[in-house]
Design a protein around this ligand. Structure first.
Ligand SMILES: *[C@@H]1O[C@H](CO)[C@@H](O)[C@H](O)[C@H]1NC(C)=O
Ligand SMILES: *[C@@H]1O[C@H](CO)[C@@H](O)[C@H](O)[C@H]1NC(C)=O
Ligand SMILES: *[C@@H]1O[C@H](CO)[C@@H](O)[C@H](O)[C@H]1NC(C)=O
Ligand SMILES: *[C@@H]1O[C@H](CO)[C@@H](O)[C@H](O)[C@H]1NC(C)=O
Ligand SMILES: *[C@@H]1O[C@H](CO)[C@@H](O)[C@H](O)[C@H]1NC(C)=O
Ligand SMILES: *[C@@H]1O[C@H](CO)[C@@H](O)[C@H](O)[C@H]1NC(C)=O
Ligand SMILES: *[C@@H]1O[C@H](CO)[C@@H](O)[C@H](O)[C@H]1NC(C)=O
Ligand SMILES: *[C@@H]1O[C@H](CO)[C@@H](O)[C@H](O)[C@H]1NC(C)=O
Ligand SMILES: *[C@@H]1O[C@H](CO)[C@@H](O)[C@H](O)[C@H]1NC(C)=O
Length: 421
């Protein structure tokens, strides 16, 4: 089982202010220069910071921000959310303690759907589809049966939905491609020279920008899921491969590791920018997943890394640089919008950063949107308030265990054209 519900203690009974739809602007300087004395810790969000002087303007701003759905640290965030942003409840699971909405968050533009996977406690996990036209959720019947044991991450590309699976007690993990109209599925990768994958978590696809024929580069992260501490009926191991970011190029049938564990110890979330020139990888070491005190004797932490996609084949990750880290928890889901902004699912909420500068532009605040409300009396969360989301054209879709929220944005942040070869 996962560790005790760290956030449960803050789920105080009483009146709820969930989904206030309020926006609070916090001056960027308040993220780095505060009136003393101030107090906060890494296992609480920034908006929980308390101040010795409660009458200061900063104290008032932070406490108002705690109560807001949207927190702008930069004016650019205001232009993303528009004048009158609202958090809509799009779907709820059939019972409050059924966590149907956890991972993936794949927008399938041709059908205007969001595909997502259930939390793996309890297993078996399963895939569901949210039809955004009607706000209805259903479970597709994937053929052949049994090809998608405990699905996790996903990505839509060129008419197929690529999903990762953590396997089960009889089937080792795999990357699976699904036709979103027929639900016919095929395995794409399940091993490396006879060694099974450990537990592919996330998958994304880049189009090579080399001068040769344009070709697709499928990237996926792999780590042994049972090491995360959830004793789920996923692949039981033994885990035989190092924790890699892998790359599969279909045109020459080549599977190779491109990032090793000395670079990123536990690669988790993956995303490519619209120009196919940058790859983002997040690190999800269990110190961060479980909000343990930072261990200064180990190099692992909740880093968010950027690489150039370059080299002779046009899709080799080069020039690793750290652009950010998750202030609370780690960056699980990650997506890049058409303006190069990086959106991540961290424990504080959906964080939006400028991809070039790494500056935090704003936050869709989990305290207000997901936590602390009376409509959701059963706490199904383990550790994190949520793990992933989708950027569905002009809508942010937040997967919050037993509920799904939508926020219509003032601009279309993702153009479907990027998902074709
Ligand atoms: C929940 O709401 C109550 C009152 O509205 C507030 O006192 C409490 O701090 C809130 N808890 C969290 C976790 O936001
Ligand atoms: C926020 O907007 C949603 C969607 O319109 C609405 O259901 C909800 O009641 C609003 N919240 C408040 C506090 O008005
Ligand atoms: C900060 O807050 C924590 C928890 O509320 C408390 O245990 C700690 O003593 C505080 N530290 C200071 C310096 O006030
Ligand atoms: C607290 O903040 C207020 C408003 O900024 C200020 O007038 C006051 O002097 C501060 N008190 C202390 C003790 O610093
Ligand atoms: C939080 O928001 C609710 C609903 O809008 C409001 O009633 C309450 O006064 C707010 N609390 C604070 C501290 O701003
Ligand atoms: C989940 O909820 C259902 C009813 O809503 C209840 O029968 C069941 O015992 C609950 N399961 C757990 C693990 O809490
Ligand atoms: C949703 O609406 C769009 C645009 O009207 C349409 O192209 C698409 O097929 C619809 N999706 C489904 C699942 O019917
Ligand atoms: C930090 O990591 C080292 C090396 O893995 C380990 O020996 C040590 O016990 C850890 N310390 C804490 C406080 O977790
Ligand atoms: C691609 O072609 C351009 C122009 O001919 C050349 O400058 C560049 O070096 C080539 N790149 C690769 C990776 O071959």
């Amino acid at each position: 089982m996962l560790r005790p519900h760290l956030l449960l203690a803050s789920l105080a009974a009483g009146p709820a202010w969930a989904r206030s739809n309020l926006t609070v602007q916090v001056p960027a300087v308040d993220t780095l220069l505060l009136p003393r004395p101030f107090n906060d810790s890494f296992d609480q969000p920034f908006v929980d910071t308390t101040f010795g002087n409660r009458t200061s303007a900063t104290s008032a701003t932070i406490s108002a921000a705690r109560n807001a759905s949207f927190i702008a640290y930069d004016d650019e965030f205001l232009s993303i959310i528009g004048e009158d942003p609202k958090v809509r409840l799009l779907a709820t699971s059939s019972s409050p303690n059924i966590s149907f909405a956890f991972e993936a968050g794949v927008w399938v533009p041709e059908l205007n759907q969001v595909w997502f996977t259930a939390y793996l406690d309890p297993t078996p996990g399963y895939l569901s589809i949210l039809d955004l036209n009607t706000s209805t959720v259903f479970r597709p019947r994937i053929e052949p049966a049994g090809i998608l044991p405990n699905p996790n991450g996903g990505y839509y590309f060129n008419g197929k939905v690529y999903m990762t699976t953590f396997g089960d007690t009889t089937t080792t993990p795999a990357i699976v491609a699904i036709d979103p109209r027929t639900y016919h599925a095929e395995e794409v990768v399940n091993s490396y020279f006879g060694l099974p994958l450990s537990g592919p978590d996330d998958v994304t696809v880049a189009v090579s920008q080399s001068n040769d024929t344009k070709h697709e580069c499928i990237f996926f992260t792999d780590f042994f899921f049972n090491d995360e501490g959830l004793d789920a009926d996923t692949f039981k191991g033994p885990s035989e491969l190092p924790y890699f970011v892998w790359r599969y190029t279909t045109h020459n049938e080549n599977l190779r590791p491109v990032i090793g564990p000395l670079e990123i110890p536990v690669p988790n979330g993956l995303a490519v920018d619209a120009a196919n020139s940058l790859l983002y990888v997040t690190d999800g070491p269990d110190t961060s997943v479980f909000q343990r005190q930072v261990n200064h004797t180990t190099p692992s932490f909740a880093g968010i890394y950027q690489y150039d996609l370059a080299g002779v084949d046009g899709c080799t990750p080069l020039n690793k640089r750290l652009i950010a880290f998750a202030r609370q928890g780690f960056a699980n889901g990650i997506k890049v919008d058409d303006k190069g902004r990086v959106w991540t699912a961290e424990y504080e909420g959906v964080v939006v950063r400028d991809g070039m500068t790494g500056k935090v532009l704003g936050l869709f605040n989990a305290v207000d949107i997901i936590l602390n409300n009376t409509e959701n009396p059963v706490d199904v969360r383990d550790v994190a308030p949520f793990a992933n989301f989708a950027l569905a054209g002009n809508e942010l879709v937040i997967l919050a265990f037993n509920r799904i929220f939508g926020v219509k944005l003032a601009e279309r942040v993702v153009d479907p054209k990027r998902f074709v070869l």
